[in-house]
Design a protein around this ligand. Structure first.
Ligand code: FE2
Length: 234
């Protein structure tokens, strides 16, 4: 092999190695959905399947759970993805009035809340309803006792019965407290708070099984809480 042939061979090999490395990196980035370079306007949310067997809940029918997931949750995912596209279109059109743009931003806020709250709700169901001693103790440290926590959580839910809203046990990072929060809709979340246990109080969450008997639904919800998921969030 002459010097010039050896140089050409080395240059070709290095180029091939770089190309291969680039391809591997690109594939890895694609598999991770390129979070560092993805624009918010391009984001499309992928629905999360039910994390439990819908036949296995105690006192909440499979029909209700499937309907809740397929209609209310998936409906919000589809609407959120659609609104994101319409926001992009509206922003690129200089003639879009600001009040119309903000109408879409309001819808984006509500749909984002609905999607995330429903995912938290479904993933804190499917359990035994029994919190372990460590978690009960942590909750008691903020409320005085676990029973006080449960009394207030139920009370907030009963107050939302027949209407709409959410009850959320959350960890407030500013106050360094676990607190129960009343939320009138998907857009009214407490600031700087991690949601730990989420209960859907919209009528669609119970009407099919319990009619207007919201208190019975609350009993059933608490009997099916997946406390292990709550502990992980905490
Ligand atoms: Fe719901």
């Amino acid at each position: 092999m002459t010097d010039s042939t050896r140089r050409d061979f080395l240059q070709t090999s290095v180029a091939a190695s770089l190309l291969a490395a680039t391809s591997v990196s690109a594939a890895a980035a694609a598999a991770n959905d390129k979070p560092a370079t993805r624009f918010v306007s391009d984001h499309q949310h992928t629905p999360v399947p039910l994390p439990f067997d819908p036949q296995a809940l105690n006192g909440i029918s499979e029909k209700l759970v499937q309907s809740h997931w397929a209609n209310n949750y998936i409906g919000s995912v589809n609407a959120l993805n659609s609104v994101r596209g319409k926001l992009t279109q509206a922003l690129s059109d200089a003639s879009t009035p600001a009040y119309l743009y903000n109408g879409l931003k309001r819808e984006q806020l509500l749909r984002t809340g609905s999607v995330i709250l429903h995912e938290l709700y479904f993933s804190n169901l499917g359990g035994s309803g029994r919190a372990d001693a460590e978690l009960r103790s942590k909750i008691a440290n903020s409320f005085g006792s676990f029973d006080v926590w449960e009394t207030e959580f139920r009370k907030i839910g009963q107050g939302l019965g027949g209407g709409s809203g959410w009850v959320v046990l959350g960890y407030n990072r500013t106050l360094r407290l676990l607190e129960n929060y009343w939320m009138a809709d998907h857009g009214t979340a407490p600031i700087d708070t991690t949601p730990l246990l989420v209960m859907d109080m919209y009528e669609h969450a119970y009407q099919m099984d319990y009619g207007a008997a919201a208190a019975k639904y609350i009993d059933t919800f608490l009997a099916n809480v997946q406390w292990e998921a709550v502990a992980k969030r905490l």
